[in-house]
Design a protein. Sequence first.
Length: 128
Amino acid sequence: MYDYKLLMDKAKEASKMSYSPFSRFAVGASVLASGGKIYTGCNVENSSFGMTICAERCAIFKAVSEGEREILAVAIYSPNADDCNPCGACRQVMYEFQGDNDIEIITENMGELVVRRLSEYLPYGFKI
Ligand code: THU
């Protein structure tokens, strides 16, 4: 169990940096790495729509590029939707950096934090 509220506050802060002129759907994410550091990210869209990156992967890639290899928890927030859940691609990317723990995923629904596990979102994930 981690400081879920702190993680959600960081995801909220990150959502303010969202670059989403096409969907107008802002998302922010924060990632707690095994060493205790928190990384944040937002969705970054592109005129060539397929180049868009989700907030979760933005935060995870920031963490990995700083040397992290194990994720403990991810918080996701959108000011545009309650209970903003990770897309399938982001679930698979989380799975890649899951250690012995089952990653905790935190969303917010009507002001209440919801905590679920990656194994609920992605049973039988792929790993080489
Ligand atoms: N988006 C995320 O940032 N995370 C998700 O898990 C789902 C979707 C973004 C991508 C795009 O910029 C916008 O939300 C609408 O799909």
